[in-house]
Design a protein around this ligand. Sequence first.
Ligand code: MG
Length: 378
Amino acid sequence: MSFSAIIVAAGTGSRAGGPKQWRPLGGRPVLRWSAEALLSAGASELVVVVAPGSESLAEEALAGLAGWSAVAGAATRAASVQAGLAALGAGAEARVLIHDAARPFLEAATIERVLAALETHEAALPVLPVADSLRRGADGVMGEPVSRDGLWLAQTPQGFRLGAIRAAYAAWPDESPPTDDVEVARAAGRTVAMVPGDPRLMKLTWPEDFAMAEALLPRRTRVGQGFDAHRWGPGSSVWLCGVEIAHDQTLIGHSDADAGLHALTDAILGAMGDGDIGDHFPPSDPQWKGASSDRFLSHAVERLRARGGRLVNVDVTLICERPKVKPHRQAMRERLAALLSLPLDAVSVKATTTEAMGFTGRGEGLAAQAIATVDLPA
Ligand code: MG
């Protein structure tokens, strides 16, 4: 079922505290959710209407997707839609879906219901029944009730035949902007079929809607593990889990040789399938010589956040005969909790000896193991 599509993304987001179409949601810009849904449902052409001068933001948000183009919108939503309609190359009988970027959770089933209704109707609107009681009210005081009978919540994408909706917009009087596209079609005498919408297709309107949308995202838990070891050498202190401990030796390495932070960085990268610390900070690169290892850890956490991920908990085990770790454990946990923005009970640091066996037992080096649990958008 071939169809054309328009996403209106020219809003300023005055109620949401800024343009919401570019904001990340689950690691992807809000606009990208709808674009991916429409393209994977088979849209043969997709026009994204953006505020004049915002074309590069669309390029960035939709990088790697094929089959779309951006056009500049105008001061009103209606004028922006008309710019999108003008940019479509399909014939007058082609089906066109017009969708608001602020509704990111667009499912294939909703698209199919709207397209299917266009086989028998001139236009189609996804709707939800009104569940809550309705009341008028003003200045914080309730007025008379409003019957829910015959009332529906209107969503997008709204479906049309391209020639018909262009003609309907051309006939709409300029002085009073329509609230949506089906209103324009209805005013032009077109019959608008109502099809079931989707409660998840909520419109992101207020700043707090983003928190609700994030909570709706399906997520999956991933676990990563890391291991590191460094050799003891002459020195007077050692860095372990971001804490400097006075000691009669130090760990030798290209950076500060904090094996605890290195193992933990690898655990977080491992949970994301994002390579290892050597890929991101090659030892051959002189800029990491003597570097404080909390930079490596912060980098892994930033990469996790960029994908919409969250750390759940971390657990580090230090393996050595000396120095005694226990007196510094609380400071290490507090340092890690601060670096990772985790509560203290989600950060564990443990220590063990190997009973004088192996390289750690002979005092040749110190080893560290770490596990990180993360939570990523599915
Ligand atoms: Mg290391």
